[in-house]
Each structure stands twice: as C-alpha cells, then as structure tokens.
Write a protein that binds this ligand. Structure first.
Ligand code: SF4
Length: 335
C-alpha cells in the first residue's frame, strides 16, 4: 500500500500527555531542543521579545518530562532546555525551584546521557541552581548567561542588574564546584549612552572571565522598546568599530581559553563519523562545555570501533583550532 501523509501520521509515535497529537521529529541527530517555557516578564530596554511573545508561561513539568521520554525513544541522547529565561521556570506554577527538581528527573530518563540548560538570566541565577547545574551527574556544567554588558551604569540603563565584579564572582563560584565548567554569553556594543569607560569595563570583564564563547552584537533600535527613545545614540560607524574591537578581543580570549583546556578530561558526545575522510576512529562531537549549535566542536580520534552517534566517549584534549578542540579517546578499560 502506498504510504500517504495520513497513514504516516497515524503510524507516528504519540507524545505522552498529548494523545491527540501524533508527531514525527523533523530534525535528526542525537541532540534535541526541549522547550521549557515561552515569553518573558522582564523588560530589558533593548528587547522586543516581551511585546510579541507575551508573559512568561511555563510548561507543566510532567509535560516536559513526557516529551523527554518521547525524544529519548526517538534516539535523542542530549536534551537542550530552551526558553526566553530558563531561570524563571516554574515561577508561574507557584514553585520557583521547579528547575532544580526537574533537572535530575530529566537526567534520569532512560537513554538520555546529558541535559543542558540554555538561556539563564544572570540576575535570577540562585546559588542552589548554580550548584545543581555544576554538580549533578548527567547535567552539563554549562552556563549560558547572557550578561549583555558588564558596566554597572550601562546595565542599569538597559534595566538589568549586576556588573563585572558580581559576574566574576558567579563564574568563580561555578568554577570552584566544576573547574571545567563552560561559560557562554552575548554582549551588546553601542547601546545608547555607552562611553569609552563602559567599553573598557566590558574588556576587563571578558579578560578576567575567561569565557568559552561570546556572541558580540551591535545595538540597533527595535520597535516597541524603551531604548528607542533614549538619548545618547551612537553613530553606526562607532558601533561597528566597537563591535570589531570586542570581536577581535573575544577571538583571542576564547582561543586562549580553549588552549587552557589542553590536557583536560572531557566527555565527548559523538555526532558525526569522520572515519571515511579523516581516518578510522575519528568522530566529530562536542564536550559538555560546548553547546552543539553555538560553541565550537571537539574532533576526537581513537574512538573504538562500533561507536555510534549520540554515545558519550571519554577523551583527553590534545590540541585546539580556534575554539574547537582536538581530543584523543581514552583507552578502553582493561587494555
Ligand atoms: S533580553 Fe531576555 S530577559 Fe530581557 S526582556 Fe528580552 S527575553 Fe526577557
């Protein structure tokens, strides 16, 4: 019988908690994004997201857990939890510790070897959550913290909290619990009123923070935001120059951070077999401190025969190419 869209849909697995919904994964591969919530209740002066996504709404934990089981059955081994602000998860359900409860449960789903949390809000990163992410087996010690800037005065204009010293303390605390923890952030250059001193303050933070990955963006007006009406707008040429200056610095610093990892033990999640082009036992993958989509890769050699995509392989970092790592798989026990 010829398969039609209707018969294919009828054969598709049912998502737990959504018996009415039959779905096939559109993406393939061992990683999958798992949505925790939508919307945002914060009001950063440059951001239009709350105007079109609305208030923060969490998905019930049972629904998230049900989808995690379903994804694992489809062959997913790494879950990436996404939302506009994952630190807020559960606050509208009456439990601001929901993420602390959910993370170990997700890590225990059969077939899931790693859970990663994306989009943590620095102002809401509670000590208990930081500790849980840094120390829970099966949860990547990975901190995706969108600092946006580090000058305290500029951050207040952005309607955000903290500054260089607070952020460095947060990073230091996480590193004291998980020395190999990964840190990524985004920063905005050229926000209205940004001074040379503000840019120098950001350079100080980036230099001392030793982050693994930094997205650098130039400010631009967004409809419906507070920043559009702020005084002190910078010329586009000046914004571009500051973006270039910080991008150059970040490229140097993140490459140095990668070099610092030489000799480090990493767990690489295999994604692509490169044996045909790069020699037997060579795989592409990513370590716990690397987001699969944004933070570079790890090429690992010496992977034992029979390995499959989605498997975690212990390895030692032996070299770097920019922020990408080269690693050698550990000898299997007993050899
Ligand atoms: S930048 Fe993030 S935290 Fe701020 S309003 Fe936008 S989505 Fe919310």
């Amino acid at each position: 019988m010829q398969r039609t869209a209707a018969t294919a849909a009828a054969d598709a697995p049912v998502i737990p908690g959504h018996d009415w919904l039959r779905r096939k994964r559109l993406a393939s591969g061992p990683m999958a994004a798992l949505k925790l919530a939508s919307g945002c209740d914060r009001r950063c002066a440059f951001c239009a997201i709350p105007t079109f996504r609305g208030a923060f709404v969490s998905r019930p934990p049972a629904e998230v857990l049900g989808e995690a089981h379903w994804l694992a059955e489809q062959g997913v081994t790494e879950l990436v939890l996404v939302s506009e602000n994952s630190t807020s998860y559960g606050k509208d359900l009456g439990d601001l510790r929901s993420l602390e409860k959910l993370l170990p449960e997700l890590a225990a789903v059969p077939g899931i070897v790693r859970v990663r949390v994306a989009y943590l809000q620095p102002a809401e990163l509670r000590p208990g959550l930081l500790e849980l992410i840094a120390t829970t087996p099966g949860v990547a010690p990975y901190f995706d913290l969108s600092f946006q800037h580090s000058s305290p005065t500029l951050l207040r204009r952005m309607r955000r909290f903290g500054g260089t010293d607070d952020f460095l303390r947060t990073i230091e605390r996480a590193r004291s619990l998980a020395p190999g923890a990964g840190f990524r952030t985004n920063v905005i250059l050229g926000f209205p009123g940004e001074t040379e001193e503000d840019v120098a303050e950001l350079e100080r933070f980036l230099t001392y923070g030793r982050l693994d990955a930094v997205g650098v963006f130039g400010y631009s007006d967004e409809e419906g935001t507070e920043a559009i009406g702020l005084p002190g707008k910078l010329d586009q040429a000046e914004i571009d120059a500051r973006v270039r200056r910080i991008t150059d610095l970040v490229e140097e610093l993140t490459a140095q951070r990668a070099e610092d990892r030489i000799g480090e033990h990493v767990e690489v999640l295999l994604t692509e077999d490169l044996s045909a082009t790069d020699g037997p036992g060579t795989w592409l993958g990513h370590a716990a401190h690397q987001d699969p989509d944004a933070d570079g890769t790890t090429t690992v050699t010496g992977v034992p025969e029979g390995a499959v995509a989605g498997q975690l392989v212990p390895a030692t970092v032996v070299g770097t190419e920019g922020i990408d790592l080269l690693a050698r798989a550990a000898e299997p026990a007993g050899r």
